[in-house]
Design a protein around this ligand. Structure first.
Ligand code: NAP
Ligand code: HSE
Length: 463
């Protein structure tokens, strides 16, 4: 009789880890009935085992010795919910080398060392499961790794950070101050341990790197991702956007770059084998009629465009302990099934597959070639404060013209003779031209302040 218990070592028991302990308690019986795997959390590593935790956390399982959890004979699967690069990286490599599948929600680690972890998993013949690392509860990683593995993905675009979406919604819908909205997002368990990772766009950039790697079959790191957060936005930008029929959202965009003939073959791939892609995270003005504009609070929504599949939309809660733990539990069950499959195969009781997971889907991938951000072409919103006197508009317009940036519309407010706020929307222009325009404007003596520049989502296609 094969033992159907799968023993779990948990690294980290904070917002997500504690929710996972609760969820396993609630669902273990149902999981056992449906899959044959009996989940049992046997050890939990935390930084401070003496810290007060909820009654659902069994105190006798807590330890400060994370490496001991990884190496323990009564741990079959390691679930990492501690966050950060070190010591998580070493611990997970240790688990994989010991032949233990791992489950992680750690996008920072995956974006920096995903290739290394996947290679170690391939060598050991076990899995790295990572559904919760991108978009919380939403099944997105598994569809990309499995259902869409034969699809040619052209573009992924969406909202992948719950904290910033929550903050932007509270500011625009309820007039809440930025700092209060962020504090609320932290209290609700949406934010990273250091919320700068959310508001400066690092978290979304890590997720974009993971998505791009999965979608385009290449190695992409967070450093490859162009990144801007939401901290430069002012209420005036968000108000103006709404008046013009747009919502401001922090978007992640991963897309194949158009072939330019110089570096790429006819299939859009770079001549050295890696695809040429654009990966970026920045605030964007989304037309109010677009489904992304209606995404509220900590929800995420991601569009995947495949050559054959067409457009697919993934939507749901992208942050928070319990939603994220739901995705972790799904991964844990997948890992547990592979443990049982190997147990059956080793005991020779008949034909269960040795490798049931998804590892190898993207280990050993070529490096991506990243299209320089300056080559992006879209429409732009620009906001500047100028001294209101005759001739100012002409000198400002000249800077735009010098850099081949055509103005689509302009609005002015502020009292005559004081400081005027000028708000521009451009026609489709090149990013490097717009950046040069911003630089040029900042040197004009009549320009008192150059405010936010926001790209228009879909502005590539608009006339
Ligand atoms: P958290 O609340 O800060 O919890 C982190 C846990 O890890 C704590 O229990 C902490 O111990 C433990 N820990 C940290 N460093 C440790 C170390 N060196 N050794 C042992 N234990 C250590 O974080 P979280 O929000 O649950 O997030 C965990 C992971 O999930 C992160 O990678 C995060 O990016 C990811 N994630 C979070 C969400 C979310 O909505 N929160 C969603 C998706 C993915 P103490 O309790 O003793 O401090
Ligand atoms: N801090 C992250 C967010 C958690 O707000 O989206 C989910 O990855």
């Amino acid at each position: 009789m094969i033992d159907d218990r799968v023993r779990v070592g948990l690294l980290g028991c904070g917002t997500v880890g504690a929710a996972l302990v609760t969820l396993v308690g609630e669902q273990a019986e149902s999981v056992a009935q449906r899959t044959g795997a009996r989940l049992e959390i046997t050890r939990i590593a935390v930084r401070d085992p003496g810290k007060e935790r909820g009654a659902q956390i069994p105190k006798d399982l807590l330890t400060g010795d994370a490496a001991g959890v990884v190496g323990a004979a009564d741990v079959d699967v390691v679930v990492e919910l501690m966050g950060g690069i070190d010591p998580a990286r070493k611990l997970l490599l240790g688990a994989l080398e010991a032949g233990k599948p791992v489950v992680t929600a750690n996008k920072e680690l995956l974006a920096a060392h995903g290739g290394e972890l996947l290679a170690a998993a391939d060598r050991a013949g076990v899995e790295v499961e990572m559904e919760a690392a991108v978009a919380g509860a939403i099944p997105l990683v598994r569809p990309l790794r499995a259902s869409l593995v034969g699809e040619r993905i052209e573009r992924i675009m969406g909202i992948v950070n719950g904290t910033t979406n929550y903050v932007l919604c509270r500011m625009t819908d309820d007039g809440m101050a930025y700092a209060d909205a962020l504090a609320e997002a932290q209290a609700l368990g949406f934010a990273e341990a250091n919320p700068a990772a959310d508001v400066e766009g690092h978290d979304a950039a890590a997720k974009a790197a993971i998505l791009a790697g999965l979608a385009f079959g290449c190695d992409v790191s967070a450093d490859d991702v162009y990144r801007e957060g939401i901290t430069a936005l002012r209420p005036v930008d968000v108000d103006f956007a709404r008046r013009m029929g747009y919502a401001v959202k922090l978007l992640a965009v991963c897309e194949r770059a158009a072939p330019d003939g110089a570096q790429r073959g006819g299939d859009g791939r770079a001549r050295d084998g890696g695809p040429v892609i654009s990966v970026r995270v920045h605030p964007a003005m989304v037309p109010l009629a677009h489904p992304l504009a209606a995404v509220r609070g900590a929800h995420n929504a991601v569009f995947v465009e495949g050559a054959a599949s067409g457009e697919l939309m993934f939507y749901g809660l992208g942050a928070g302990g319990r939603p994220t733990a739901s995705a972790v539990l799904g991964d844990l069950v997948a890992a547990a099934r592979s443990v049982l499959a190997r147990r059956h195969a080793t005991d020779g009781d008949g034909g269960a597959p040795v490798r049931a997971g998804l590892a190898g889907t993207h280990a050993g991938r070529p490096r991506a070639r990243i299209r320089p951000m300056g080559e992006l072409q879209t429409q732009y919103y620009l906001n500047i404060d100028v001294t209101d006197r005759p001739g100012v508009l002409a000198s400002v317009a000249e800077v735009f013209g010098t850099h081949q940036v055509s103005i689509r519309s302009m609005e002015q407010d502020g009292p005559q003779g004081g400081v005027a706020h000028l708000i521009f929307l451009t026609h489709t222009a090149r990013e490097d031209g717009v950046q040069a325009t911003i630089e040029g404007l900042s040197h004009l003596d009549v320009v008192q302040h150059v405010g936010a520049m926001v790209r228009v989502a879909g502005g590539e296609d608009l006339p």
